[in-house]
Ligand binder design. Structure first.
Ligand code: PEP
Length: 255
């Protein structure tokens, strides 16, 4: 089955809502409209930018998708500072990243919490982009496949089989994020193929063939083409390069 390529720009904690509007306009108007039928492009801004992007996308009927970088495990309540799945859904978010290594590291997010957030997103019809990936010492020990497939299974725990096809998996080796050190296409393919094989083992071949598996970690216009050529890589989660309109649209055009 053919899976539509997805390029998702993770803006992290960058750009206020005015800067967000300017960047989205540049991205949307630099790519020909027919391009968006081939490749799905999404931006994942900070929460404070989402309402402005929604207005822009709806008003101009842009084909660009958008989402968020985190979601609470709860729908509402006394959870100061958190943002819930129903709130993201109301803002038209298509995606939310869950379990990004920066949240695992700086916010102590465990596999159990990541799993609860995956469920919260799905319950609200927002597709989680479940991030998995090994730190450098795990790769050096040769345990990267075991590490990432274990994170995958933990993140999906308790989901119904049909829910799994709505999840996007992002393989992001921690040592490649924001470092300029991209995984080789063969190394990225090895892990993405192992993740898909694990999905097949747990949920069957059909589901495994539907789930999109992205690579993330220092993706740029200069390396995207070789990455998406790999059989099991269906696009990219892009950090730094997604903040530069020219570079990001070039990268999308080469995907
Ligand atoms: C990310 O934050 O998900 C990421 C892949 O960052 P970068 O592209 O900057 O390595």
């Amino acid at each position: 089955m053919s899976r539509q390529v997805l390029i998702a720009g993770n803006w992290k904690m960058n750009l206020n809502h005015l800067e967000a509007i300017a960047l989205v306009q540049k991205i949307a108007f630099s790519l020909p409209e027919k391009y968006f039928a081939k490749v799905e492009v999404a931006v994942l801004p900070p929460f404070t930018d989402i309402r402005s992007i929604q207005t822009l996308v709806d008003g101009d009927k842009l084909k660009l998708r958008y989402g968020a970088q985190d979601v609470s495990r709860y729908d509402s309540g006394a959870y100061t500072g958190d943002v819930s799945g129903p709130m993201l859904a109301k803002l038209g978010c298509a995606y939310v990243t869950v379990g990004h290594s920066e949240r695992r590291e700086h916010h102590g997010e465990t596999d159990e919490l990541v799993n609860a957030k995956v469920k919260a997103a799905l319950k609200n019809e927002v597709s989680p982009i479940l991030c998995v990936g090994e730190p450098l010492e795990v790769r050096e020990a040769g345990d990267h496949v075991e590490h990432t497939t274990t994170q995958l299974i933990a993140g999906l725990k308790g989901l119904k089989t049909e829910q799994v096809s709505k999840v996007v998996v992002a393989y992001e080796p921690v040592w490649a994020i924001g470092t300029g050190r991209v995984a080789t296409p063969a190394d990225a393919q090895e892990v993405c193929a192992a993740l898909r094989a694990k999905l097949a083992e747990k949920y069957g071949d059909q589901i495994a063939s539907e789930v999109r598996v992205l690579y993330g970690g220092s993706v740029k216009s200069g390396n995207i083409a070789d990455l998406v050529k790999q059989d099991d890589i269906d696009g990219a989660l892009v950090g730094g390069a997604s903040l530069d309109a020219e570079e990001f649209t070039k990268l999308c055009a080469l995907a």
